[in-house]
Design a protein around this ligand. Structure first.
Ligand SMILES: CC(C)(COP(=O)(O)OP(=O)(O)OC[C@H]1O[C@@H](n2cnc3c(N)ncnc32)[C@H](O)[C@@H]1OP(=O)(O)O)[C@@H](O)C(=O)NCCC(=O)NCCS
Length: 184
């Protein structure tokens, strides 16, 4: 399996514990609001800086150690100038997606938003899915109020297929991209 996938502007690669400083800096209220589980922001904000550091280090170590056979792959996104401008993952065992199909999730560091990095990284993850897995679809689930994330789904030409209410009572819009593979 290649170690890095790139389009010439961004590159996606396995997460590393060395991403810790950038990972800590990238956490903001937007990320907590749209990506974190209920109660997690409060628990995180109640931690001391040392505890937050240890918590995020464990998270990165877990991402690093489980990158391989799947079913989930978490990537850091680099540019030529900066390491870890964004985070993208794909998960083939997500409760909201048919088993074997991919759920894609992402966050961009606040200072790097609006530069197209996340859309580029998601396209690379789709390429990874085509080449390295048997997933046939990539799903992106977005809250209708999350305008920036809706734009990412549209930017990669994922098609809105349904609106549903999840187990937390939140309305979500499902976007699906069919992962066409070239004929052999
Ligand atoms: C959602 C998020 C990852 C987008 O990252 P990003 O790197 O800024 O996205 P991109 O630069 O690739 O932008 C893609 C498109 O969205 C548009 N866009 C980005 N942020 C926007 C905003 N706040 N409002 C309106 N449009 C926005 C861009 O202009 C671009 O449009 P285009 O395709 O017409 O050129 C980022 O806002 C974020 O980290 N949010 C918090 C975490 C989150 O919500 N994750 C998704 C959970 S489903």
């Amino acid at each position: 399996m290649p170690r890095v996938w790139t389009d010439g502007v961004v590159a996606i690669r396995r997460q590393e514990p060395a991403d810790l400083a950038a990972h800590l800096e990238a956490v903001d209220v937007e990320q907590m609001r749209w990506l974190w589980e209920p109660g997690d922001p409060q628990r995180y904000l109640a931690m001391s800086p040392q505890e937050q550091r240890a918590h995020q280090r464990r998270h990165l170590e877990h991402s690093h150690d489980t990158f391989g056979s799947g079913p989930k792959w978490a990537f850091s996104v680099d540019t030529a100038a900066d390491r870890y401008v964004a985070y993208v993952d794909c998960d083939l065992a997500n409760d909201h997606v048919p088993l074997g199909e991919a759920n894609i999730s992402y966050a961009c560091a606040p200072q790097h938003r609006g530069k197209g990095y996340t859309s580029r990284a998601v396209r690379l993850v789709c390429e990874f899915l085509r080449r390295e897995t048997s997933a046939r679809e990539a799903h992106i689930l977005v809250d209708p109020d999350n305008v920036a994330s809706l734009r990412v789904a549209r930017a990669i030409a994922a098609v809105e297929t349904e609106t549903f209410v999840n187990e937390r009572g939140l309305t979500m819009i499902r976007h699906v991209l069919v992962l066409n593979r070239a004929a052999p």
